[in-house]
Structures are given as structure tokens and as C-alpha cells.
Design a protein around this ligand. Structure first.
Ligand SMILES: C[S@@+](CC[C@H](N)C(=O)[O-])C[C@H]1O[C@@H](n2cnc3c(N)ncnc32)[C@H](O)[C@@H]1O
Length: 227
């Protein structure tokens, strides 16, 4: 989160037209949602960063235009899957905090907010979680069956299957958010990836997952041998 702070601040400064956001003109409430928030503390840091950036931008705008100061209020919606540990999230909410907090359970691969109600949609390291394992990868008859592996990035066809699923999921995500975010609103999406030309199997994180995967498979084998 520390590493992405400047990206969030720059993005809000460059792209958010606070004065012309539709609902904020009437209610003075900026509504922010964090999609795939988990239990914190990253989500709290991200939200704080967003709110501070908006305050800074507003100060700058007011200074430039000499407008009377508007007392902004913030409402923050913490979203994650239904089985997320929202209790831990709520009991560790920062105090004091300068926003109203609410939990919103449900998959971000569907509509979870009413039409045109959000000003900022944030998501960090969550969109890479797919809605399902691609069918072909778990079908024993398929040429790209992953042979029971937990993590596998060494086969281009397997990569393509995941990539196709990612494209489908992102389309669903964007369609839902397009209806939920007000015109002039902003999406801040942080998605882990690798540089063009670098194969995922050559990245450190992939090697770590490969290792975790093989450990898990060994543990399963050990249990089976004992039985
Ligand atoms: C790696 S954590 C990221 C947490 C936090 N945003 C951060 O940056 O540290 C990914 C989170 O996304 C959530 N997630 C995955 N798929 C989701 C979905 N379809 N809808 C909502 N949340 C989802 C997971 O439950 C998990 O809590």
C-alpha cells in the first residue's frame, strides 16, 4: 500500500473532478467502495490515502477558485465475499476515523450497489482472483488438464485458459461497476502483473506459489499413504 500511495494520489489529482461529481453536489457525501477488502489493515491504509488525496485536491481547488469551503463527508463500503471475516474488519477499524463505514458482502463479479451511487471504486490485489477455475484445466480429458497441480504457469495453453477466464471476469466486473459508479467517478485498480515479455513462470511470486503447490501436493500424498 505504501508503494502505491503516490499512484492513488496522482490519479485522484489528475482524474477526479470533485466539484462536478453528480451526487456530491447535493449531499456533500463522497461514497467510496473497496472491492475485495479482506480484513485489513491494507484496506484502511488505502481508504485513508484516498480521503487525504481528495482533501488535498479540494484544498487546491478552493485555493485556485476561491470557492466557499464545502464540508465533505465520506461513506466507505468495505466489500468482500460473504464468508470474509467482517467481524475482524469491523473490530479493527481505525479510531478515530473520518468516514462512515459499512460492510457489503457479495462477489464483485455481480451488481452489489444501486445504480449511480459510487464516486470511487478501489480494488487492490483482488481482481486477480477468478470467479472459477477454467473448465479445461480440471477436465481429465482435456489436453491442458493440470494433472492435479495447485499452481502451474509453465504451459502456455494453461496460461491462455486462465487469461480467457480473467478477460470474462473483468468484463463482468466492468459492466457492473459501469452501472454503479456515477458519471465522472473514478476507479482505482491495483492488479499484480508482470512486465511485457516476462513469462509468469519466471517471476519470483510464481516460483513461490509453485513451491507452495508442490508442498501441498506432498502433504496430500502423505495422508493418502498413511490411509
Ligand atoms: C489478496 S486479498 C487483497 C486484500 C486487500 N485488498 C489488500 O490489498 O491487501 C484478495 C481479497 O479479494 C477477495 N475476493 C476475491 N474474489 C472476490 C470476489 N469475487 N468478490 C469480492 N471479493 C473477492 C478475497 O476474499 C480476498 O479477501
Amino acid at each position: 500500500m505504501e508503494a502505491t500511495k503516490s499512484m492513488i494520489i496522482d490519479s485522484i489529482f489528475e482524474n477526479l473532478d470533485i466539484k462536478n461529481l453528480p451526487s456530491s453536489c447535493t449531499s456533500n457525501t463522497i461514497k467510496i467502495a473497496d472491492f475485495g477488502c479482506s480484513v485489513g489493515p491494507n484496506t484502511f491504509l488505502a481508504i485513508q490515502c484516498i480521503i487525504e488525496a481528495i482533501h488535498l485536491k479540494l484544498e487546491k481547488t478552493l485555493h485556485d477558485d476561491q470557492n466557499p469551503k464545502k464540508a465533505l463527508e465520506f461513506q466507505v463500503f468495505f466489500n468482500d465475499q460473504n464468508d470474509n471475516d467482517f467481524n475482524t474488519l469491523f473490530t479493527t477499524l481505525p479510531t478515530p476515523k473520518d468516514y462512515f463505514a459499512a460492510g457489503v458482502p457479495g462477489s464483485f463479479h455481480s451488481r452489489i450497489f444501486p445504480t449511480a451511487t459510487l464516486h470511487i471504486a478501489h480494488s487492490s490485489c483482488a481482481l486477480n482472483w477468478l470467479s472459477r477455475v477454467p473448465k479445461a484445466v480440471v477436465d481429465k480429458k482435456s489436453p491442458i488438464w493440470n494433472k492435479g497441480r495447485v499452481h502451474y504457469t509453465g504451459n502456455v495453453k494453461v496460461l491462455e485458459a486462465y487469461s480467457d477466464q480473467f478477460k470474462r471476469d473483468m468484463e463482468v466486473f466492468f459492466k457492473a461497476r459501469a452501472q454503479e459508479i456515477v458519471g465522472g467517478g473514478l476507479m482505482l485498480l491495483l492488479v499484480p502483473g508482470c512486465e511485457d515479455g516476462v513469462l509468469p513462470c519466471d517471476t519470483l511470486v510464481s516460483m513461490q506459489f509453485e513451491l507452495f503447490g508442490s508442498c501441498l501436493m506432498d502433504m496430500v500424498k502423505m495422508v493418502r499413504t498413511k490411509k
